[in-house]
Design a protein around this ligand. Sequence first.
Ligand code: F6R
Length: 621
Amino acid sequence: MLFIYASMCGIIGYVGNKSAVQILLDGLTRLEYRGYDSAGIATIDNGQFRVLRKVGRVENLINAANQRNIGGYIGIGHTRWATHGVVSEKNAHPHCSVHGLFSIVHNGVIENYESTKEFLLSRGFTFESETDSEVLANLIEYHFNKEQDSENKFLKSVQKALFHVRGTYGLAVLCEDYPGEMIVARKSSPILLGIGSGEMFVASDASAIVQHTRDIVYLNDREIARLTPLDFSITTLHNENVDVVKCELDWHVEDANREGYEHYMLKEIFEQPRALENAMRGRFSDDLSTAKFGGLRMTTRELRQVDRLLFCACGTAWIACLVAEYLIEKYARIPVEVEYASEFRYRNSPLDKNTLVFVISQSGETLDTMAALQEAKRKGFRTLAITNVVGSTIARESDGGIYQHSGPEIGVASTKAFTAQICIAAMLALYLGRMRDMSFEEGILFVKALDDLPGIIERVLAQSEKIEKIAEKYAQCDDMLFLGRQAMFPIALEGALKLKEISYMHSEGYPAAEMKHGPIALISEKCPCFFLATQGHILAKNIANIQEVRSRHARVIAVAAEGSELVDKFVDDLILVPDVHPALQPIVATIPVQLFAYYIAKFRGCDIDKPRNLAKSVTVE
Ligand code: F6R
């Protein structure tokens, strides 16, 4: 049986007047959070390909490159996250065509690669790997051999190969016969061009090239581009003209550095006050009684017609949707449904005709979220997106939306993007609420509470040393339960998700009272419980649940609001956080669970920014 070695990975490309290798290696280092199973580069040096690939981290590739003298002013690079099959040097990108004429880096899946491979085998092509990407490299060579000689021969052969394939791709191709030219194309896998002076860049994600240029052009699906050092041109695959839209990145290279923090995750946790400020900046009405959003492209009248909201997302962003459900139902009194994007896309759920569909995605590139958005559009629903990456596919495909402005999130575990998403959900609850039953006074108090939030978060962050000490006590456990009621239930889910993904400790999140209906069987002195108990009006209920687990010998850590010091009597470790407007408690309570997961992972010696098996942006199904 053949495997499809699909990849969702990172791509970088360079053509210009500088030595390509260093630019490629720097770019791959920045892209490593997209995948870290293997990495490789190819350049054209004095008319000949130089290819280097290594299994494991980009560091291995850099060490190998330092021992060789790889020249060339044009090159492509790739860092891979394998979805099927083994990680090996043969399966690492770039892949070359059989006669070494083409080299390709590819993200995505070529669905008809088996039949294409058979076709090519019957015409004498041979294969070194079992990847679909190598099939594509050879298909390009096949068409090149049949093509008449012309200035456009390289471009045309890539076009013809892409006509033939089914599936998804973001790709960059080099041809030995065209040493000053690169062809790139995209379908459902992001590719952007960076425009420099006398040089051009290609990347799957802007963080790879932001140190060189902030002038960006995003390719759309089924577009193909030709790049030379001085110029670029873009058409559709069918040679139709394309209106090229240039945009400027709204962040700088410093935003993508660690700035002295041991991990990106820690830096991003500590960036949350600033990220929240950015999410709110310019988004309050002049009378400070409600929020406003420039990008929704819907009038108040249209928004008032909405009977129901549907939120779709994956992972942590899906958890942000759950918080949105609590907040919007409570403050705007609009029924909200939340679906996993991967489920929604195939479920065909009946939706009320006045439903407004929201998707949330930090990267704006998650394939399942994109597919859910497309399904909602196909059914004629208006779609809005909450995304962090300006110009990302989801941002561009939706009818309108709200940018988070969190700055680049590099740590694989989402932190600052999550709290910014909840902050936007709270502002939406305020905005939609003020169109309905929320009074002016309530609106004023809500805005004031939002405005105070960054300072409050600073105060919670100031407890990081205390949280580190608590984490040390629990770092060697095998299991943990996170429990919370109402809007703290999603935060319990997020605590459990953060802990399992970066520390590999088994953890689950449950509504605190639901714990009695099954998970209580897990409880023993070896399975501590982490309670999120910041809500005053149900504090007694949470304490009752705490006592239930304590009587089964569980150790308990709790987050409670200042003023609830009595909780200390019932728990082993108490983290007190400022008592804030109920709508903002989920954000405040998130900080301790993020720090707790971070320090546990650190005590367990885990690779926090690159947890095993994960990748930052999941662009395959
Ligand atoms: C968890 C995490 C993932 C992402 C999910 C969706 O820490 O980062 O669960 O939240 O893959 O990603 P986006 O938001 O980019 O669509």
